[in-house]
Design a protein around this ligand. Sequence first.
Ligand code: PXL
Length: 270
Amino acid sequence: MKKVLTIAGSDSGGGAGIQADLKTFQELGVFGMSAITAVTAQNTLGVHGIHPVPPTFVEEQMEAIATDLPPDAVKTGMLVDAEMISLVAASIKKRGWKCVVVDPVMVAKGGASLLHEEAVETLIKELIPLSSVITPNLPEAEKLTGIKIHTEFDQQKAAKTIYSMGADHVIIKGGHLLDPSSEQVTDLLYDGERFHTFTSRRFNTPHTHGTGCTFSAAVTAQLAKDHTVYEAVSLAKTFISSAIEHTLHLGNGHGPTNHHAFRTFSNETE
Ligand code: PXL
């Protein structure tokens, strides 16, 4: 069985972070492992507290995994600050892990900061060059590039700029819509040569907590199973769409998505 590692924060509410990643890995038939960077006290109404794990102990978790359970693919999520990013990047580099999906998590749905503002520079310099795939949403792509994204052309320009920072593939998700009246969500993939778009139905629901984590975890699982990036993104898009469509109506705020929906409503698992 393929083994997949997520290096990310814990969401006590179970919808995002490590919990979303592990559920997604399980649903897609890979063995999930975790190195936890921070523990959050959180529910669907918001983030109530953040308790970072000392970076040296994140390294200890990665070392324990590396020496016994070397992963076929790795994903990063919430990384807290510049010191943590540096350590995680060095740790990935040292071990020669090649299949690395970076979800450049910055802000939680309710607005809580999950990455210190000044850490963006370190993310660009140290982690993006190690990434096989990076999965920013529109606000994250704007933060990374300084480009205000209003049109599809801007989205393409930002993808090229992030590619030039050293990522092998860039996927800019369109969920934070360019056109708020649109019935569709279009994600843009750039592989250094060509643009590919992935379009899905837009569902009008507040229950989208953890969509970014879930999507990038699905990409990681598929890459671990030797799919191409195009195939991995395509399946991840179907996975997250299904998880949003078949919502669970949990909690009183921004509820989680339904990680089990893809397996319930689709026959694809490979
Ligand atoms: O969705 C981004 C995210 C990542 N990681 C953790 C989170 C969140 C959003 O709330 O809590 C731990």
